[in-house]
Design a protein around this ligand. Structure first.
Ligand code: AMP
Length: 217
């Protein structure tokens, strides 16, 4: 199964990608996670990429395509993948199509997670993750069960993304509206676009995604 999760920052793509990854045993390829990883910090492109990420704007297509084309060839993605955060522009989507075509592969479904734009800023400002296991949290929607203790690994160290600040969030949401939204008609025309209501509880969104995935298997 090869899936793309589409949605604005804060729509819950990361949370749902983790769920699909464990329920269907397919690897997620989250470009934002790759760019923030310790491994990528050693890459010669890191300094350039960092400045785009910190400003909240999109990293240029050529750089993203170069990175994704390296990662997608890895063995762990050969049986399928969930793309989270890529493609984000029409140019990226078209290159992805040709990359997959060369390998005689196709995208099975693009799942759009729709969220009211008014809600996104508060969602993003309230999110954080466990520095130990990477579990994502949100002060409002997915809080810690015990104060300052990770529900999953018991860790006590948490991190906040530097681009989750209100002024950067605005730029990231604009990038989504101006560039990434153009992907919806592109995938609709291919007949592989599905939408779920991301305003529902995490568990409800999960169920809606499951129903879509059942149609594919
Ligand atoms: P994310 O974790 O998906 O919100 O991504 C964080 C940041 O990484 C974005 O604001 C961009 O600066 C950069 N980024 C991640 N994926 C892409 C992409 N496909 N195209 C351009 N920039 C990206």
């Amino acid at each position: 199964m090869r899936l793309i999760l589409l949605g604005p920052p804060g729509s819950g793509k990361g949370t749902q990608a983790v769920y699909i990854q464990s329920a269907y045993s397919i690897c997620k390829l989250a470009t934002g996670d790759i760019l923030r990883s310790e491994e990528f910090k050693k890459n010669s492109l890191y300094t350039t990429v960092k400045s785009y990420m910190e400003s909240g704007s999109l990293v240029p297509d050529e750089i993203m395509v170069e990175i994704v084309s390296c990662y997608i060839k890895k063995e762990e993605y050969s049986k399928g993948f969930i793309l989270d955060g890529f493609p984000r522009t029409l140019a990226q989507a078209k290159v992805l199509d040709s990359m997959l075509k060369e390998a005689s592969m196709d995208i099975d479904a693009v799942i759009e997670i729709k969220v009211d734009s008014k809600e996104l800023v508060s969602r993003i400002c309230n999110r954080f993750s466990c520095s130990g296991c990477g579990e994502n949290y949100n002060k409002e929607y997915k809080p810690l069960k015990k104060e300052n203790i990770c529900n999953v690994c018991g860790g006590t160290d948490f991190s906040y993304r530097s681009d989750d600040k209100e002024e950067k969030i605005k730029i990231r949401l604009e990038a989504y509206e101006n560039q990434t939204l153009k992907l919806l008609p592109y995938y609709k025309e291919k007949g592989i676009l599905y939408s779920v209501n991301g305003m529902l509880e995490i568990e409800e969104v999960k169920k809606d995604i499951e129903s879509i995935l059942k149609l594919l298997t």
